[in-house]
Design a protein around this ligand. Structure first.
Ligand code: CUA
Length: 311
């Protein structure tokens, strides 16, 4: 019925279907009783109102039955939920998962970084979730798992993928203008396919880092989720496009004054480390945070090398 691909799916589905079943039963039962009463106690059939003084038996029945029902719902809900909050198994694979406006990145024990999640089937995975800016929430519907990611706090999520395939992964907490860009995927691979993928560290970032000029820079941009807000083809997103940016003269707002600046290496560095210092005309302040912690000066050189190829 639903795609269910993790060890938690069954517990969540049981609770959900049970509650859904009880709800449907009462929806139908109450509707039927209501319709019967409308006919049976219509003024034509029942002209004089009947006075009823109450019934102890009835009071007990409609108190005890709902209590039992909600306790049963709670029991199955708890049974499905509690294992998720237990400590992840010792042999779990630890993956550092970073959320930021507006992309995800996943860092594996061997240093590989991707923007969608790659995991092997049947092995427990422990995601260490951190946010670089605001509250995000990681949601993998097919795994029935969801966890808010709060800045300044490491959150843990774990599961065992049980079916190979590609599943949706997205942010389910409104986190600003491009919240909807935070859709990505989980790829559950067979053991052998995963080992092959994992061993290939030539692709440190998402991009195939080849020998093409600037390939390393593109990998840095992808790793840091820059392309969610800066296009490569000249189209306007949250921030200015990278196309033809080097050498261009831009009107920027600095300390409330409009000035013309030439986009050179110093400007690119300032834009990455102190993005709100100069805001290009037509864009909003406060949309980007400093990447001082995540992008090194060496990487900025790679980025500039890449930007120079975008004429
Ligand atoms: Cu991140 Cu919504």
């Amino acid at each position: 019925m639903f795609s269910n691909a993790s060890n938690f799916a069954e517990g969540v589905d049981t609770a959900f279907l049970l509650i859904l079943g009880i709800s449907i039963f009462f929806l139908i039962a109450l509707t039927v009783v209501m319709i019967v009463f409308i006919f049976r106690y219509n003024r034509k059939r029942n002209p004089v109102a009947t006075q009823i003084d109450g019934s102890t038996t009835l009071e007990i029945v409609w108190t005890v039955i709902p209590i039992l029902l909600v306790l049963i719902m709670f029991y199955y809900g708890w049974k499905g939920y509690h294992p998720m909050k237990e400590r992840a198994p010792k042999n779990s694979m630890h993956i550092k998962s970073t959320a930021r406006m507006w992309s995800w990145s996943f860092e594996y024990p061997n240093g590989k970084v991707t923007d969608s999640l790659y995991i092997p089937i049947g092995k427990p995975v422990r995601l260490e979730l951190i946010s670089q800016d605001v509250i995000h929430s990681l949601y993998i519907p097919s795994f029935r798992v969801k966890q808010d990611v709060v800045p300044g706090k490491e959150e843990i999520m774990w599961f065992i993928p049980e079916k190979e395939g590609r599943y949706d992964l997205f942010c389910t907490e409104y986190c600003g203008l491009q919240h909807s860009y935070m859709i990505s995927a989980v790829h559950v691979l067979s053991d052998s396919a995963y080992n092959k993928w994992y061993a290939d560290t030539s692709k440190v970032a998402v991009a195939a880092v080849g020998d093409a000029p600037g390939a390393k820079g593109l990998a840095v941009l992808k790793k840091n989720g820059c392309l969610a807000c800066h296009s490569l083809d000249g189209s306007k997103l949250v921030g200015p496009s990278y196309k033809g940016i080097i050498g261009k003269t831009e009107a920027v707002e600095t300390n409330g004054k409009e000035v013309q600046v030439k986009v050179d290496e110093a400007y690119i560095k300032r834009a990455i480390y102190d993005p709100n210092a100069d805001i290009v005309k037509g864009y909003n302040k406060g949309m980007m945070l400093s990447y001082k912690e995540s992008i090194t000066e060496e990487e900025i050189k790679d980025i500039i090398e890449y930007l120079q190829t975008l004429k």
